[in-house]
Design a protein around this ligand. Structure first.
Ligand SMILES: O=C(O)CCC(=O)C(=O)O
Ligand SMILES: [Fe+2]
Length: 190
């Protein structure tokens, strides 16, 4: 993948730890079902979300101004492990809960100005395996994509360097019967 920097550790968390953390976060996080503005219309996001982080790490996302909830002990513990693996600091985390194969995320880049020019995004997956897709932004480079990366439970995906500038990513729906999947993306908001 030209102009991308991706690192993938399928065994970042041992399976029992991933299972325990999934159950704990599903039950303890105050999940929200939020609208987004799409082409001037309000539509509900096809997933549940939560945003946790340092006070002051507020963030605009898909037309929403998100104020972070405080860190929970489980999220702080995970942040510490992710920071050690990534060799980077994070002050916030966006949580997405895909309840079934009908929940999804459309094509986008994590390129909000408050993330800076070359953000490090650390993505932890818990639960069902879903296909993460990446494609070049430049239509002239479509031969390089889309690339499909099945994100398995306990895995850690790092996106860094020029990735967000040159690539879009998405999590499409699937007709396969799949259980819930929880994804956490750790970010540094400036
Ligand atoms: O669920 C995923 O793997 C992707 C999440 C994502 O792209 C985001 O939160 O910006
Ligand atoms: Fe993203």
């Amino acid at each position: 993948m030209p102009a991308a920097e991706l690192l993938f550790d399928p065994h970042f968390l041992p399976l029992p730890a991933a299972q325990t953390l999934l159950a704990e976060l599903r039950g303890s996080i105050a999940w929200k079902h939020e609208p987004i503005r799409l082409f001037g219309r309000e539509v509900m996001q096809p997933r549940l979300t939560a945003w946790h982080g340092d006070a002051g790490a507020s963030y605009r996302y898909s037309g929403l101004q998100l104020q972070p909830q405080p860190w929970t002990p489980a999220l702080l513990r995970l942040r510490q492990q992710v920071e050690a693996a990534a060799g980077a600091r994070f002050n916030s985390v966006l949580l997405n809960l895909y309840r079934s194969g009908q929940d999804s995320m459309g094509w986008h880049a994590d390129d909000e100005p408050e993330l800076g020019p070359e953000p490090v995004i650390a993505s932890v997956t818990l639960g069902a395996t879903r296909n993460f897709r990446l494609k070049p932004r430049d239509p002239q480079h479509t031969a390089h994509g889309p690339v499909t990366l099945p994100l398995t439970t306990g895995s850690l995906l790092l996106m860094r360097g020029p990735t967000q500038r040159h690539w879009l990513h998405a999590l499409p729906k699937t007709a396969r019967p799949v259980g819930p999947r929880l994804n956490l993306t750790f970010r540094l908001v400036r």
